[in-house]
Design a protein around this ligand. Structure first.
Ligand code: C5P
Length: 234
């Protein structure tokens, strides 16, 4: 089922059971789900299949980064699982990115292929230790442009970067943004947050939202409130 909402709920759980319980409380037409390294390592492809059989589209957030042949193989395995979105680190370089796009081309319904530019957990000081000639924002733009040039369909970025990337890279190019907090919600460990409406206004295509939904007393109601704020019909 394809959700009309841009919200992707991050299932940040260590085990299958709470992830399935949370999913069961949500409507597949009202959101998509993100399965990351912790949950996938614990629960594996079976969990992804269970979520898909419940009607959800799944973003498999494994951020592949390896030699071209290995990443291409990992992407083929992800595609065989039937996931909706996958991602790779853009810093793997042109040959890895082209091998990634090539691995998925020709499939009947390939997952969207998204790049990770500079991890948004890095600040300017962390970044300076990598001895890159560009500033952090310059590097984000450079990597996002490389991703687009190599045939990727979008990037993960902070909502703060979204407007520049949208301006420079145009549409269609998916901008997948975490660090989203509804007005008045606790920030948790996120530092620079935008509301769902602000993020969409900045040019985001998809909003990754975890704790404001997964830790809400009523997750379906929290999701509904976000969708309402975005004027999504369901
Ligand atoms: O709970 P919260 O809404 O902060 O969760 C955000 C999700 O997005 C988590 O799964 C987190 O790992 C992920 N994420 C992020 N920042 C990034 C990339 C991914 O918060 N730069």
């Amino acid at each position: 089922m394809s959700a009309s909402s841009p919200v992707i709920v991050a299932l940040d759980y260590a085990q299958m059971t709470p992830a399935l319980e949370l999913a069961a409380s949500l409507d597949p037409s009202a959101c998509r789900l993100k399965v990351g390294k912790e949950l996938f390592t614990a629960a594996g492809p079976v969990l992804v299949e269970r979520l898909q059989s419940m009607g959800f589209e799944v973003f498999l957030d494994l951020k592949f980064h390896d030699i071209p042949n290995t990443v291409a193989g990992a992407l083929r395995s992800a595609a065989a699982l039937g996931v909706w979105m996958v991602n790779v680190h853009v810093s793997g370089g042109r040959r890895m990115l082209e091998a990634s796009a090539e691995a998925l081309s020709g499939l009947t319904a390939p997952p969207l292929l998204i790049g990770v530019t500079v991890l948004t957990s890095m600040d300017a000081k962390d970044f300076s230790e990598l001895a890159c000639a560009n500033s952090l924002p310059e590097q984000v733009l450079r990597l996002a442009s490389l991703a687009k040039d190599c045939g990727l369909q979008g990037v993960v970025c902070s909502a703060q970067e979204a407007s520049t990337l949208r301006e420079q890279l145009g549409s269609p190019f998916a901008l997948v943004t975490p660090g989203i907090r509804p007005a008045g919600a606790t920030q948790d460990d996120q530092r620079r947050v935008l509301t769902p409406v602000e993020a969409m206004d900045a040019g985001s295509s998809y909003l990754v939202v975890g704790r404001p939904i997964t830790r809400a007393e009523d997750p379906a109601a929290a999701l509904h409130a976000i969708n309402e704020s975005l004027c999504v019909s369901r």
